[in-house]
Design a binder for this molecule. Structure first.
Ligand code: COS
Length: 384
């Protein structure tokens, strides 16, 4: 749903300009330094990008799901690390509070998340539990008016920068699966919480992940999201439904960038006496990429519209994430191929983007998990 086409158009135009004038020129330096420049963070704050998906009453831009997709298409025309920096506040680090938080929790955190004064992070994955999220072992023991949390979280995006964590922990030891899991908001400066040094990754330099270690971390009972035990897995899944759709939009944006870079290269690179764009085998790679990006874009917008109408889009979000992330890898591979030897060199952005986008088939649910979710939901629907 588009609330006001003119206002959205102005926002998208300002993001498009910001991406081309500020973000793309900064990509190489961000990769080199593995850090986000302070002036870019400040500008993203001023543009409201830390809270574009958060409700207006808490200082966010209050965009609908469909509008958020358009923002992601534009923003992710630059390296995905910029979106990643603002993405947790709008997505996995803030949405649990928006969807299931108590009024007090919303009041306490959402204003600051929307303003970009603090970074929110989402801590679900553990050393022994990735795809099997319901089997997580981090334990929160009730102690009077508090919980005492022990465990380790792994590969947590923006953990080194985060001020708060939406953190899933088991509160009922007798329940081995999803039913015993609760969600908490844990503040970074709580004694016993520490983060490990940032992980060394294949790509996405400038966006950081790390372990989060909890040793007898004492949080008040008011930190329990929604104030109800045993709902944390469902909160996490609801957050992931939205996050998966967001990743589909991210894939569309960056795939379009890779294809545009590649088309420009193919039109100026000459072999056998003519630009390689004139060769039909190159054209096939360009055309397949164009068609697949278009398909992913349509899927993403359709699922977003359904979400705005209040539908349960768990299946559609998984379909979009599955297709778009696989599409993005295929496009990246073809783009390297069209670049030939140059595609393997760091001189051209395609080498870096190829490594960056490999993550999309893995995080926020692997392609195989998306397949399981889709098939499980199909079977459930068929049973009625
Ligand atoms: N929205 C709301 N509730 C949901 C839900 C959703 N999208 N998906 C599942 N649930 C509910 C189920 O309805 C069920 O509730 P009841 O027991 O009351 O019926 C409960 O959650 C457990 O669901 P299920 O039995 O399907 O859970 P499983 O343990 O089988 O796990 C998968 C399902 C594998 C799909 C889940 O663990 C998963 O998504 N894993 C991947 C995790 C992931 O994406 N990690 C990425 C890192 S975080 S960035």
């Amino acid at each position: 749903m588009i609330q006001d086409a003119e206002t959205l158009g102005l926002l998208l135009e300002s993001i498009r300009r910001f991406v081309r004038e500020r973000l793309i020129p900064a990509e190489a330096a961000v990769t080199e330094a593995d850090a986000m420049p302070a002036d870019i963070v400040r500008e993203m704050r001023e543009m409201g990008l830390f809270g574009y998906a958060l409700p207006r009453e808490y200082g966010g831009l209050g965009l609908t799901t469909e509008e958020q997709m358009h923002v992601a298409f534009e923003l992710c025309y630059a390296s995905p690390v910029f979106r990643s920096y603002v993405g947790t506040n709008n997505g996995i680090g803030g949405m649990g509070i928006v969807i299931d938080g108590t009024p007090e929790q919303k009041e306490r955190y959402l204003h600051r998340l929307a303003a970009g004064e603090i970074i929110g992070s989402f801590a679900l994955t553990e050393p022994d539990n990735g795809s099997d999220a319901g089997g997580l072992k981090t334990f929160a023991r009730r102690d009077g008016d508090h919980y005492v949390i022990n465990g380790t979280k792994r590969y947590i995006t923006n953990a080194p920068e985060a001020s708060i964590f939406t953190l899933m922990a088991r509160t009922d030891a007798s329940q081995k699966g999803a039913a015993g899991v609760s969600a908490f908001i844990v503040e970074r400066d709580t004694p016993g919480l520490s983060t490990a040094p940032p992980d060394r990754k294949m790509g996405q330099r400038g966006s950081h992940t790390s372990d989060v270690i909890l040793q007898d971390v004492r949080v008040p009972a008011s930190a329990l999201i929604g104030g109800v035990e045993g709902q944390g897995f469902k909160t996490a899944m609801k957050v992931l439904d939205r996050a998966r759709l967001n990743i589909a939009a991210v894939c569309v944006g960056i795939a379009q960038r890779m294809l545009d870079e590649t088309l420009a290269y193919a039109m100026q690179r000459e072999q056998f006496g003519q630009p390689i764009a004139g060769f039909q085998l190159v054209q096939a790679m360009l055309a397949d990429s164009k068609a697949e990006i278009y398909a992913a874009r349509c899927m993403t917008l359709d699922a977003a519209r359904q979400a705005d109408e209040g539908a349960n889009i768990a299946t559609e979000a998984s379909c979009a994430k599955l297709f778009a992330s696989e599409m993005c890898s295929r496009v990246a591979d073809r783009c390297v191929q069209v670049h030939g030897g140059a595609g393997y060199m760091q001189e051209y952005p395609i080498e870096r983007l190829y490594r960056d986008v490999r993550l999309f088939r893995i995080f926020e649910g692997t392609s195989q998990i998306q397949q399981l979710v889709i098939a499980k939901n199909m079977i459930r629907a068929a049973r009625g």
